[in-house]
Design a protein around this ligand. Structure first.
Ligand SMILES: Nc1ncnc2c1ncn2[C@@H]1O[C@H](COP(=O)(O)OP(=O)(O)OP(=O)(O)O)[C@@H](O)[C@H]1O
Length: 318
């Protein structure tokens, strides 16, 4: 879907991106993670040609983007930025309708799409005539996403999309985004410096430093098989809690007891649920259950850590 090969951006005084290569498959989310100045935004902006590379090639759907008409390329790519970039003098409805109107959709179709997106992103219908300044930061962020999704692009580029929000709102919106079917269908490149965000949202993560990719892989690979000291140190502080994002109930199932049937008081979770989500929903010694093939497996918050310990031990010897 997106292929980036030997991408370099040299400014007169600074090498911002240095020989970066990666691919992002259809419906995959790749997170560019790194500290400030590591080249994430420059890389992202080269994908929709907001910045032209010094050298290297980017292909979108098999065609080099330099050979595409700019407006056609941008139609395929939705772009979400921090602080949303909404037009303050346009209403929420007008902001969302921006691209459909550029594409001269008929008005009925545009209005239907605005309503559909507002419902999906849990924005009250009355907001359609409100202005961005009348909304909270979290609501503006939803409008920014609605605008990027409006014309149904197959690709989304997101630059610190939740960066302006407080941690609680961030985490709630993150979970919500992850569960939206329309977003799950997109090919996404997301820039963040928030490690937890990268682990929650990324199918794969590219950790950048000094304009180069230090390691690219699944959160689990980065955590358990760091290729160098930089990668190891980057995750060291949060190593324990990141494990909860790197593994699901399914991964833990070999290390947990079976039940013949589901205990009546237990809550049922899908097997692909990240352990972090389970932990955040469990209070005290409550029992939860998930179904894996034909088995019911019970788990309590107190049993997650020992089972995870066994799982990690197993991973390190295999
Ligand atoms: N127009 C420019 N001219 C010169 N140097 C630039 C220019 N734009 C970016 N840079 C430099 O290139 C490097 C990479 O910048 P970039 O914005 O891609 O980093 P980033 O990882 O996205 O950081 P942040 O998270 O702070 O946005 C930085 O050192 C920056 O100062």
């Amino acid at each position: 879907m997106i292929a980036v090969r030997h991408l370099t951006k040299q400014y007169p005084t600074h090498l911002a991106v240095d020989d970066v290569s990666f691919e992002v498959g259809a419906r995959e989310t790749l997170v560019l993670l790194g500290t400030s100045g590591s080249g994430k935004t420059t890389t992202l902006k080269m994908i929709n040609r907001l910045i032209e590379p010094t050298s290297g090639v980017i292909e979108v759907n098999g065609i080099a983007i330099g050979e595409r008409k700019l407006h056609e390329l941008r139609r395929e790519i939705g772009y979400v930025i921090q602080e949303t970039g909404l037009f303050p003098h346009y209403t929420i409805g007008e902001n969302i309708a921006l691209v459909p109107r550029l594409l001269q959709w008929d008005e009925r179709k545009t209005q239907d799409r605005i309503r559909e997106l507002m419902a999906m992103l849990r924005l009250p219908e009355t907001f359609v005539k409100a202005y961005p300044s009348q909304l909270s930061g979290g609501q503006r962020q939803r409008v920014g996403l609605a605008r990027a999704l409006a014309a149904q692009p197959s690709i989304l580029l997101m630059d610190e999309p939740l960066g302006a929000l407080d941690p609680v709102t961030r985490s709630a919106i993150r979970r919500e985004f992850r569960n939206l079917e329309e977003i799950r269908q997109k090919t996404i490149v997301l820039v963040t410096h928030d490690i937890r965000e990268a682990f929650e949202l990324g199918d794969r993560v590219a950790l950048m430093d000094g304009g180069r990719i230090q390691q690219i892989g699944t959160p689990r690979e980065l955590l358990l098989r760091p290729v160098n000291e930089f990668v190891r140190n980057f995750f060291a502080d949060q190593w324990l809690s990141l494990q909860l994002h790197a593994f699901s109930l399914q991964d833990l199932s070999p290390y947990l007891p079976d039940e013949a049937t589901s205990p009546p008081e237990a809550r049922l979770f899908p097997a692909h649920t990240q352990l972090a989500d389970v932990m955040s929903e469990l209070s005290g010694s409550e029992t939860i259950v998930f179904q894996s093939s034909q088995r019911f497996i019970t788990i309590q918050s107190a049993t997650i850590w020992p089972a995870l310990g066994q799982l990690l031990q197993h991973q390190s010897v295999s």
